[in-house]
Design a binder for this molecule. Structure first.
Ligand SMILES: [Zn+2]
Ligand SMILES: [Zn+2]
Length: 268
């Protein structure tokens, strides 16, 4: 029996003797099945030829990525907070060196994930660090490896500890979530957004899409909803889904201006 991992999206599945017949996440219109067909790997195989570089993206915010790049290529963020560390988003590779490095920084109290493309091997991480996982219930159908460690939350926000708040923005996925970190951004606040609010190449703007690889935009209602749900929160910075994909100053204005130009572009 094996917990197979989809090579294209990095999602780990419940235990099975044979690889699953397909990956629902990649077959969805927001992702894609690789041109050469569906492929599977295992965590053991990943640890044989890859490693996880760690780098501080900001004080108390440790980036954890994988080299050579795997699947969608995001990096996770270990947010170190007095009441316990939160792993924001997740990656597929978990190896001994990463476990040691994370434990040196106080381990993981809980894992929260922006949307199903980053569910990856969240259950492996949760079991290794004895952590719970917070996922928005609207994306429940996309969980491919069930676990009693997963807590599905509902509604617009969920308060954690030290003022940390999960915010359901929707958009890319109905359960699309961002994290507000009030102590981030030198005390002016930061949002950790995955690609629910996507930091774009100039790193002074963001964008919002139903599908990034297939270039499916969102409609005006979804854009307004993202702005409304984040309105009550102060944030100077945004930490996106990839290394250095961060807006480091005046991020709330960047979101507002980016939403305005997006609405103009789609003719609203
Ligand atoms: Zn997949
Ligand atoms: Zn995504």
């Amino acid at each position: 029996m094996e917990n197979f991992i989809c090579v294209q999206c990095g999602t780990q599945f419940s235990e099975s003797a044979e690889p699953p017949s397909g990956c629902p996440i990649c077959e969805d219109e927001r992702q894609f099945v690789r041109h050469t067909g569906q492929e599977w790997t295992t965590l053991k195989h990943l640890t044989s030829d890859r490693h996880n570089p760690l780098e501080e993206e900001a004080p108390r915010l440790l980036g954890i990525g994988t080299e050579p790049e795997f699947a969608i290529g995001q990096r996770a963020l270990l947010l170190q907070s007095p009441g316990g560390n939160l792993l924001w988003d997740c990656i597929s590779l978990l190896d001994d060196k990463t476990i040691d490095q994370v434990n040196t920084r106080g381990g993981i109290r809980a894992i929260a994930i922006s949307h199903p493309h980053y569910y990856s091997t969240m259950v492996e991480w949760a079991e290794c660090f004895d952590a719970e996982i917070f996922l928005h219930s609207a994306d429940r159908e996309w969980v491919m490896r069930k676990s009693s460690r997963i807590q599905f939350w509902e509604g617009a926000t969920l308060s954690l500890w030290d003022g940390l708040t999960l915010i359901n923005c929707g958009g890319h996925f109905d359960g699309g979530t961002v994290l507000h970190w009030p102590a981030g951004g030198d005390g002016k606040g930061a949002l950790l957004t995955g690609d629910i609010i996507q930091v774009v190449q100039d790193r002074r703007h963001v964008s919002f899409m139903r599908s990034y690889p297939n270039l499916i935009p969102l409609g005006p209602a979804a854009i307004h909803h993202i702005i409304e749900t984040t309105e009550a929160f102060a944030f100077e910075q945004i930490y996106g889904a990839w290394w250095n994909a961060n807006v480091l100053a005046d991020a709330k204005t960047a979101v507002a201006q980016s939403a305005e130009r997006y609405l103009r572009a789609i003719g609203v």
